[in-house]
Write a protein that binds this ligand. Structure first.
Ligand code: CP
Length: 312
């Protein structure tokens, strides 16, 4: 199959075949990370710019490691250390970065649509590492990979996404990614944090977290995104933890082979108690490991893969 996408912007614009190809390439990339020498020359001579205008631990580090494992040169700039704070526009910043001839710009930005805007004006490949409340496609792809590894399939699974759905780009990308791959997605959380009409994306909604948990094959817990909320949407964190958090008590009715995921950062004791986050159902750390593999695959396919790729 030919992977001919210039940019990775959201899950809507990836076909089932393209997602399957990315996951298969990521599986091969994961093998590289298990070797004593975790480096191949595949992207030697390529330059990757990591332009993060919002904080990140997992995404930024895993893209940097991914680039280095493929022998690309990676350059990191943050919003606060760029000339954006001197009044330069995002478009001018992107045009100046492009003038230095990078092969891929990985961007995280607080503004929804920022990556889409840049993708239209620069020839360089853009990978969206999270844009406001809109999309986080690379997180969705690593979540798909992690479920596939543990369950052997996505199709027919029931995926519960619980928490602050309204402000979560991970929720939006995962609703689209998992339903596209044949899963049933159910959303749960406080009514104040579930957007009206979200069912149009293909998910169902229950405000009863116990119902969502007891029927799920996979539960994805989300943190409360206070940095994006306007006004108070819940009484107290203690109250939230009791009514909507994933507790040991709530796990009693869960399927015995249920998986628990979280994109991070985890707010322990709020949306999930430590005993559950670190317990036997949790695959949260596997998600982080797979983040490197998926990002290696995406860098390979955008910076070096405009040719036939073995999808098996
Ligand atoms: N999941 C995720 O995007 O984490 P970071 O904000 O640490 O990159």
């Amino acid at each position: 199959m030919v992977f001919a996408k210039k940019d990775i912007l959201d899950m809507e614009s990836l076909s089932v075949d393209e997602i399957t190809l990315i996951l298969n390439v990521a599986k091969q990339m994961k093998e590289i990370s298990k070797r004593p020498v975790k480096k191949v020359p595949t992207l030697r001579g390529k330059t990757i710019v990591l332009f993060f205008h919002e904080p990140s631990t997992r995404t930024r580090t895993s893209f940097d490691i991914a680039a280095k494992r493929l022998s690309a040169d990676s350059v990191s700039i943050s919003g606060s250390a760029s000339s954006l704070i001197k009044g330069e526009t995002l478009v001018d910043t992107a045009r100046n970065l492009e003038a230095m001839n990078p092969d891929v710009i990985v961007m995280r930005h607080s503004m929804a649509g920022a990556s889409h805007m840049l993708a239209k004006i620069v020839k360089t490949s853009i990978i969206n590492a999270g844009d406001g409340m809109h999309a986080h496609p690379t997180q969705s792809l690593l979540d798909l990979m992690t479920v596939m590894e543990h369950k052997g399939r996505i199709s027919g699974l029931r995926i519960a996404i619980i928490g602050d759905i309204s402000h979560s780009r991970v929720a939006r990308s995962n609703i689209i990614g998992f339903t596209k791959m044949g899963a049933d997605v159910v959303l749960s959380g406080p009514p104040t944090m579930i957007p009206k009409g979200v069912e149009t994306l293909g998910a169902s909604v229950t405000y009863n977290v116990n119902n969502a948990v007891c029927n799920a094959d996979v539960v994805i817990m989300l943190r409360i995104q206070k940095e994006r909320q306007k006004g108070l949407l819940f009484p107290t964190e203690r109250e939230y933890a009791k009514v909507y958090g994933l507790t040991m008590e709530r796990m009693k009715d869960a399927k015995k082979d249920m998986l628990i995921m979280h994109p991070g950062p985890v707010n322990r004791g709020v949306e999930i108690v430590p005993e559950v986050a670190d317990g036997p159902y949790s695959i949260i750390i596997d998600q982080v490991t797979n983040g490197v593999a998926v990002r290696m695959a995406l860098l390979y396919l955008t910076a070096g893969g405009m040719h036939n790729v073995d999808a098996d």
